[in-house]
Design a protein around this ligand. Structure first.
Ligand SMILES: [Zn+2]
Length: 425
């Protein structure tokens, strides 16, 4: 029993070309870029959307529905730029190759062939490129299930060159994924997302099952670095550099969010019938004041994206997610008999309750409060939280290695760090 939801996933493959010419793909990637640039240029000139597609289709040498897909994506980018507070339209002089967006069975096709997945990509009506897909077992397995099972839909794909090699990114949708209802959960996982760490707390009827603080200092420093470079480039008016830098930063952030959301989902998965609880995004920047603009740049996108990545990854394992009111989760004492709330309870990453003297890692305290609100929303009895396990910390470095945890400050009650290391991948 559960809700049925659509789960969309993008699967990445390398192309092993067996017939046709790779040069045709390269040509089509350049034509795709031309279609994109031309669409943006016309839109900026004020040409109506409905008139742009036919004009561009006549100019570029691509399968027609592929052109249509690229035009639509470019128009979305323009629309998106116009809706930003500081209107920021995309460049129409993009110089990177652009993905060839193709409709399933039209611009591209996939077939199961003797245990392998064969592809056909038509860049022009009579010049298909054919071969087989290579990639991770996980992605190949998913694609094979999608190709032969019911309850799956295969959607648009993008053919592109990454580090010089041709790839195909295929979107598949599982249309009947069953996600348990939050009410059917037995463990509530509170998630507290901060600028350079995520704190997790698992609560059951019996009390605290486990807590963990995952540190990622390099995400904060990388984003600050990009912000600085971006400002400099903007001042110098070099908009083409701006765009490729933005892509780089996006890739970096996406990669980290991807890993972090996997980690949260796996953390949840080790418990009996878990449900992941996030703070509702509206007020999530409580307690952080770096100026409104800075806050927006640094925090808003990753928080929202991390929640949606995690929600969707958890869904693949049938794990539901919930959102709770975030007010004062970082200032409230998590001890159930106390729950004293004041901003002076918290000082950086230390929490010390002014009323009862309870001490904890501030972000774990917040994660416990998030979990408790989830528990209340489900009308469970809230455990007392008198005995907290030690704080476990894992740190992820840019290399992907996980540092051994270390004690970083005086250990108060419930705030010792033990020697357990998680794997963040
Ligand atoms: Zn207290």
């Amino acid at each position: 029993m559960g809700r049925n939801v659509d789960l969309v996933k993008t699967l990445d493959f390398q192309l092993e070309i067996q017939s046709g010419d790779e040069a045709d793909l390269r040509f089509a990637a350049r034509e795709s870029r031309r279609a994109y640039n031309e669409t943006v240029r016309l839109a900026k000139e004020g040409v109506e959307s409905a008139n742009i597609a036919p004009t561009v289709a006549d100019e570029v040498d691509l399968v027609r529905n592929t052109t249509q897909r690229i035009v639509n994506k470019a128009l979305d980018a323009v629309e998106n730029g116009r809706s930003q507070a500081d209107v920021c339209l995309p460049s129409h002089t993009k110089s990177d190759p652009y993905p060839i967006r193709a409709n399933y069975t039209e611009g591209y096709d996939l077939t199961l062939d003797d245990g392998e997945v064969a592809f056909r990509i038509s860049t022009k009506p009579y010049n298909p490129v054919r071969g087989v897909l290579r990639g991770s077992d996980v992605h190949l397995d998913l694609l094979k299930s999608a190709l032969c099972g019911s309850g799956w839909e295969i959607g648009t794909a993008e053919a592109l060159f990454r580090r010089g090699d041709p790839e195909l990114h295929v979107t598949v949708t599982k249309t009947d994924a069953a996600v348990r209802r939050p009410e059917q959960s037995e463990t509530i996982i509170g998630v507290d997302v901060n600028e350079d760490n995520v704190a997790l707390a698992a609560l059951s009827d019996d009390g605290v099952e486990e807590t963990l603080v995952v540190e990622y200092p390099e995400v904060k420093s990388e984003r600050h670095r990009y912000l600085t470079i971006r400002k400099r480039i903007q001042k110098a008016g070099k908009t083409s550099q701006f765009e490729s830098l933005e892509q780089k930063e996006k890739r970096f952030v996406r990669d980290r969010l991807h890993k972090l959301s996997n980690f949260i989902s796996e953390f949840a998965n080790q418990f009996e019938s878990p449900c992941i609880v996030f703070e509702d995004l509206k007020d999530i920047r409580e307690g952080l004041d770096l100026g409104a603009r800075m806050n927006q740049r640094i925090h808003r996108i990753p928080f929202g994206a991390l929640q949606s990545y995690t929600t969707y990854k958890a869904s693949f394992s049938g794990i539901p997610t919930m959102r709770i009111d975030p007010e004062y989760t970082s200032q409230m004492c998590a001890v159930t008999d106390c729950e004293h709330t004041t901003c002076s309870n918290r000082r950086k990453n230390r929490f010390r309750c002014r009323a009862c003297g309870h001490q904890d890692h501030a972000d774990r305290n917040a994660a416990l409060n998030v979990a408790k609100r989830g528990v209340r929303a489900l009308n469970w009895n809230v455990p007392a939280l008198n005995n907290l396990p030690q704080v476990r910390k894992v740190r992820r470095r840019a290399s992907g290695a996980v540092d051994a945890p270390s004690v970083t400050h005086d250990a108060g009650r419930g705030d010792q760090t033990d020697g357990v290391v998680g794997v963040f991948e």
